[in-house]
Design a protein around this ligand. Structure first.
Ligand code: TYM
Length: 340
């Protein structure tokens, strides 16, 4: 587990939580992919006992690109079930849906007033999204990182487990909080990112980061045949043409993934380097290991999705549990800013 070295320590303020609080958000994209799990969810699980941990399915953020209400509702529940199936225990951490705690939208508006537009226009993800959805450059895309800063600041979280693709958003969150603290007095800690050992997981194309919008994912809770198909489509070492060609395990995404799913990564590396194993062998082994690794979670996910009222009750309880935290922050913020 590593933290972002550029982050400053949290300011001392009397209203900060005593036990460090962690927060992270994930979009309701349905069942998560390997990048979500290796890059972030593993740390959500690892950190739930050490800290006061709050995890959120960010459906307000998703509205910047999902415009089908039924799909949004279904994928929100799927992501909630997946997080619990992958190891979040609602007794040891809080899991809730962003729109169940609408205080965050008020804090987002208040943060808008300390955020220069130029910061948002320069955000790499804004530029990317503007290019990806040219017919739908809604204002939410621009304000997206302000809402993210509000998410983190509402519970006064100081640590944020995320993948490296969120580094720019986290930097912006720190800047927004800093701007608020400078204008209205020390109120929020400056949040630090916490990374796993796999902060950037490449997709099946072996080039771009794994992402549902690119379509290069390995869906960890999918049916075994889907996982097999996704893994067999992975690009390995593009310079290894024949099976007898020695491979370059350091650039082979399949070999790199074995690092997380078995004790014999070095043997797999050697097998590829000396051409004793072929790419297909390594992929087949990876597929079976990933299927076996996620089998218990897949079963738990199916169970949770079969009892939606119970799942909704867990999420309702999560939102209620953080109500006093959200209300206390908003009371303090309104007071500091001169609102009634
Ligand atoms: P999202 O939903 O795209 O991704 C959820 C988490 O998974 C990580 N991740 C990856 N890590 C490594 N390699 C990959 N290929 C990969 N793909 C995804 C992400 O870094 C993230 O940690 N903006 C956020 C959601 C958000 C949020 C927040 C996060 C909203 N508010 C407050 C932290 C704190 C997002 O879209 O993540």
């Amino acid at each position: 587990m590593t933290t972002d070295a550029s982050a400053k320590p949290a300011p001392r303020a009397s209203s900060l939580p005593v036990k460090p609080r962690i927060y992270s958000g994930i979009q309701p994209t349905g069942r998560p992919h390997l990048g979500n799990d290796l890059g972030a969810i593993r740390n959500y699980v690892a950190m739930q006992d050490k800290y006061e941990a709050i995890y959120c399915i960010v459906d307000y953020h998703a509205l910047t690109h999902v415009h089908d209400p039924e799909l949004l509702r279904r994928q929100t529940l799927e992501m909630a079930a997946a997080l619990i199936a992958l190891g979040l225990d609602p007794k040891r951490c809080t899991v809730f849906v962003q729109s169940d705690r609408p205080e965050v939208t008020e804090l987002c508006w208040l943060f808008n007033t300390v955020t220069p537009v130029g910061w948002l226009q320069r955000t790499p993800t804004y530029k990317e999204k503007r290019a990806n959805q040219p017919d739908d450059v809604n204002h939410g895309l621009l304000t997206y990182p302000v809402l993210q800063a509000a998410d983190i600041a509402l519970p006064k979280a100081s640590l944020v487990p995320v993948g490296k693709d969120q580094a720019a958003h986290l930097e912006l969150s720190r800047e927004i909080v800093r701007a608020f603290n400078a204008r209205y007095g020390e109120t929020f800690p400056e949040p630090q990112a916490v990374y796993t050992e796999a902060p950037v997981v490449l997709g099946t194309d072996g080039v771009k980061k794994m992402s549902k919008s690119i379509g290069n994912t390995i869906e960890v809770l999918a049916e075994p045949d889907v996982i097999r198909r996704q893994i067999m489509s992975m690009v390995t070492d593009t310079e290894r043409i024949k099976r007898s060609d020695p491979g370059r395990p350091q650039v082979c995404n399949v070999c790199q993934m074995h690092r997380h799913f078995g004790p014999d990564y070095e043997a797999i590396w050697d097998g590829e380097r000396t051409a004793t194993t072929g790419c297909v062998d390594t992929k087949k082994l990876l597929a079976e290991r990933i299927i076996a690794h996620y089998a218990p979670a897949r079963e738990k996910y199916t169970e949770l999705m079969a009892d939606l009222p119970k799942l909704r009750a867990i999420l309702d309880e999560g939102a209620e549990r953080i109500r006093p935290i959200a209300e206390a922050t908003m009371t303090e913020v309104r007071e500091r800013m001169g609102l009634r």
